[in-house]
Write a protein that binds this ligand. Structure first.
Ligand SMILES: Cc1ncc(C[n+]2csc(CCOP(=O)(O)OP(=O)(O)O)c2C)c(N)n1
Ligand SMILES: [Mg+2]
Length: 332
C-alpha cells in the first residue's frame, strides 16, 4: 500500500466531504420530487470507501455493492454530473436515465452496480472474480454487502465456492447497525458478523470502519492476498449511517443520542483533525476546499436539471420480443 501522506489526508478530506455534500443535495432535491423512487444515502459510512480506494489498483480492480451506491462510482472515476443525472432520470445519466438511484453502473470504471435485491450482488461479485481468475488477470473484486445481507443463504454458497476456487475477491460487510429498522442484535445470536468467515476457513476479521487509515491498512492486506493467489477475505467494517434507511424512515428504532454518539467519531472530522493537528493545511486552504465542493455540487445539479429526459423510443431499446429475440431493434 502507498504511504498515507499529507496529500492522501487532503484527498480523503476533499473526497469524503464532496460525497457527503453530494448526497445532502440529493436529499434536498428528493424532497422537491426531482429524484423519484427510493433513495438510500451513505452519510457516515464514507471512510469505508475512502480507505478502500487507497488500497485498490484503480486501473484494474472492480467493485460491486448494493443500492447505497451513489458515491462509490464517483470514487472510481465516474463523472459525478452523470451520476446525478441518472438519479434525475435524465438521458445524460450513467444508464441513460433508465436505472435510477439503486442502479448506478459503469463498465468503463469497473463499477458493477447498484443492486436492489439484498445480497444479490454477493454471488455476482464472486463471478466477477471467477472471470478474472479464468482470464489470468491479477485484478481483485471488492464485493460489498450490508449487515442484513449477510443473512441471505447465497452468502454461504458463495463463501464455500470462493474458498474452494480461491477466487481473488474481498467480501466486505458494512455493518451500519441496522437492516432497515432492525438492529443486528435483534436478528443475530452472534453479533460478530466477521466470524461467518470462520466456518469456511476464510481469513476474516473486524475493522474500525469510521477510520480510513485502519480501513486502508486492512483492505490492503486483503487485496494483496487476493492478488497474489491467496484467495478471499471477509472483513466486517463497523460503521454507522446517520440518515434513515431510505428517505421515508421515521427512525423510531433508535435514539437521537445514539446518532450523536457516532457523529463524535465522524470520519470527515477525524481526517480534518489530523490535517489541523499536523498543519497539513491552513484555515484558508480548508475553507477553499469547502467552496470548491459547493461549486461542484451546484454544477452537478445544474447539469442534471438542464439535461433532457430520454426520448420515449428509448423505452423499446431494452424490450425483447420473441420473434427476433434477442436482436430486435426498437420500433420508433
Ligand atoms: C431479497 C430482499 N429482501 C428484502 C428486501 C427489502 N430490503 C431492502 S433493504 C433491506 C435491508 C438491508 O439492510 P443491510 O443489508 O444492512 O443494508 P443497509 O441498508 O444497512 O446498507 C431490506 C430487508 C430486498 N430489497 N431484497
Ligand atoms: Mg445495515
Amino acid at each position: 500500500m502507498e504511504k498515507i501522506t499529507k496529500e492522501v489526508y487532503l484527498k480523503w478530506y476533499e473526497d469524503m466531504l464532496f460525497w457527503r455534500k453530494f448526497e445532502d443535495k440529493l436529499a434536498a432535491v428528493y424532497i422537491q420530487q426531482k429524484v423519484r423512487g427510493f433513495l438510500h444515502l451513505y452519510n457516515g459510512q464514507e471512510a469505508v470507501l475512502a480507505g478502500a480506494l487507497h488500497a485498490m489498483d484503480l486501473t484494474k480492480d472492480k467493485m460491486i455493492t448494493a443500492y447505497r451506491n451513489h458515491v462509490q462510482p464517483i470514487g472510481m472515476g465516474v463523472d459525478p454530473r452523470r451520476v446525478m443525472a441518472e438519479l434525475f432520470g435524465k438521458v445524460t445519466g450513467t444508464s441513460q436515465g433508465m436505472g435510477g438511484s439503486m442502479h448506478i453502473f459503469s463498465k468503463e470504471h469497473r463499477f458493477y452496480g447498484g443492486h436492489g435485491i439484498v445480497g444479490g450482488q454477493i454471488p455476482l461479485g464472486a463471478g466477477l472474480a471467477f472471470a478474472d481468475k479464468y482470464k489470468k488477470s491479477d485484478a481483485v473484486t471488492l464485493c460489498y454487502m450490508g449487515d442484513g445481507a449477510v443473512r441471505q443463504g447465497s452468502l454461504h454458497e458463495t463463501f464455500n465456492l470462493a474458498m474452494l476456487w480461491q477466487l481473488p475477491v474481498v467480501f466486505v460487510c458494512e455493518n451500519n447497525g441496522y437492516a432497515m429498522g432492525t438492529s443486528v442484535a435483534r436478528t443475530s445470536y452472534s453479533t460478530d458478523i466477521w466470524k461467518l468467515g470462520l466456518g469456511y476457513e476464510m481469513p476474516c476479521g473486524p475493522v474500525d470502519g469510521m477510520d480510513p487509515v485502519t480501513v486502508a491498512k486492512e483492505m490492503s492486506k486483503a487485496i494483496e492476498r487476493a492478488r497474489s493467489g491467496g484467495g478471499p477475505t471477509f472483513l466486517e467494517m463497523k460503521t454507522y449511517r446517520y440518515r434513515g434507511h431510505s428517505m421515508s424512515d421515521a427512525q423510531q428504532y433508535r435514539t437521537k443520542d445514539e446518532v450523536e454518539e457516532y457523529k463524535k467519531i465522524d470520519p470527515i472530522t477525524q481526517v480534518l483533525d489530523v490535517i489541523k493537528d499536523k498543519k497539513y493545511a491552513t484555515d484558508d486552504e480548508i475553507s477553499a476546499i469547502g467552496k470548491k465542493i459547493k461549486k461542484l455540487v451546484a454544477e452537478c445539479e445544474k447539469f442534471a436539471e438542464e439535461s433532457d429526459f430520454p426520448p420515449v423510443s428509448q423505452m423499446y431499446d431494452m424490450v425483447y420480443e420473441q420473434e427476433d429475440y434477442p436482436f430486435l431493434k426498437h420500433k420508433l
